[in-house]
Design a protein around this ligand. Sequence first.
Ligand SMILES: Cc1cc2nc3c(=O)[nH]c(=O)nc-3n(C[C@H](O)[C@H](O)[C@H](O)COP(=O)(O)OP(=O)(O)OC[C@H]3O[C@@H](n4cnc5c(N)ncnc54)[C@H](O)[C@@H]3O)c2cc1C
Length: 469
Amino acid sequence: MDPVNTVLSNLKNILPTSSVLTGTAAAPYLADTLRPSWSYEGIDEPDVAAQNLFVVLPQTTEEVAEVVRMAFEHRIPVVPYGSGTGLMGGAAPIRGGIVIDMKRMDRVLEISKEDMWAKAEAGIVLGNLNTALGAVGLILGHDPWTQPAATLGGAISTNGLGYLGYKYGSMGQQVLGLEAVLPNGQILTTSSVPQASSGLPLKRLFIGTEGVFGIITRATIRAFPAPQCRRLLGYRFDSFELGFGAVQQLFFAGLEPSLLDFGEEYPHLSSVEGQGVETQHVASLLEVIVYLGFEGLEEHVNVTCEKADRVCRDWGSIEVSKGEVDAFWDNRHWHGDRSGWSQTPSILTDYVHVALPPSKVPSYRDSAVRIIREKGVHLREFGLWNQPSLFSVVVQASSSEKAKLSQCIDALLTMARDMEGSIEYCHGVGLRISRHMEHEMGVAGMELLRSIKSAVDPYNIMNPGKWGL
Ligand SMILES: Cc1cc2nc3c(=O)[nH]c(=O)nc-3n(C[C@H](O)[C@H](O)[C@H](O)COP(=O)(O)OP(=O)(O)OC[C@H]3O[C@@H](n4cnc5c(N)ncnc54)[C@H](O)[C@@H]3O)c2cc1C
């Protein structure tokens, strides 16, 4: 039997035939949401036949482990796949092999109000877990844009962040414990406590590591009491500096919003096409708008909102109508055109989401303006999310100027690390920014990372090619 048929028959010995996909049925798994239309150069339209791709849909941890053991024995790449909403190419099977789609492992195993936790399988969609928690007066806390689609395993593996991340933490911070299948097929289970001082917390090996060390099959997640009260506010400022000043003062005053969404918006490239990039940037600021949310006990929320309102007004803002604020909140999931994200063939859009010491955000922004002008691309948006240190830049270029856009992204990422920051705060690295891993980690860091990878995954079968590994 040829190697391809051997793998197929091995998989069909482990799983029912209906749980093994090949050919055109496997094609949708060739990519996540990273597309060639971004500034990323490395992904061409992938070809399923060329990849010898198999997709499996296991229903139990033991099935996952058996598939991985077989892959380990035959040195076949294995790629964990949640919902494929990832933006970095993390779930793309670039070396072919076996994609393990976790979606059929979507059971809630236990919800304990007393322990304020949920135990669930990794393939559960976040929104479904949140609904299950709601039945006992708890919430998930992690509330990303893609909550209706992304899985628990995908969110842990990218250490994702949601709209309410400052209050409830990133997805990784919510993980109390987990179960994972290692590259040799062994099953690891960690304890499920919020605090331990008993050596290296092995759960960390799977948080924000995009499936390069193993496959998460179950997790125990901290849950939170549903807030008695949530109030949302919105303010327009005349400039980034005024808005940033207000936000910093909120945090200095200990007001700590559960929601912070700050956007400094410029027109979408198509609406100003033909004008000089510099003119667009300087002349056509659309708006600076800050959405804030506070939640918890009603009395506390009311007092905090009053104080936040005073701070924002002191910095010269005008309050946004309740209807506009409510629309922002109600449309936060899948509001795909908010920043001109939708890709048109003639216009490329790309972004960075960097983490910086808050004091360096204003100078990073100023230098970003300089870089954007130098590279000749179009500024679409600057933003802050969750807290003053998490900064994003959205840039655009016409499709004939992809190289300029890539150079701009590279310069923005390099500058973030040079300013003691990090190249990404919630989407992972995947393929899209893997060329920056050496700079992010440093020489010693990258060597250590490679040593850990080869100790855990000696044949590099687990999601190979990601992070440059
Ligand atoms: C329009 C849009 C908005 C978005 N907004 C947000 C946002 O607000 N916040 C945010 O954090 N992200 C956001 N994302 C990115 C994406 O939704 C998240 O990264 C999400 O958590 C990925 O989950 P997934 O189930 O789709 O994972 P996938 O895309 O399938 O996989 C992501 C990575 O995790 C690995 N993986 C998946 N499951 C497992 C597992 N069980 N074990 C080990 N590794 C695994 C994959 O191999 C891959 O490397 C957005 C994406 C889009 C398209």
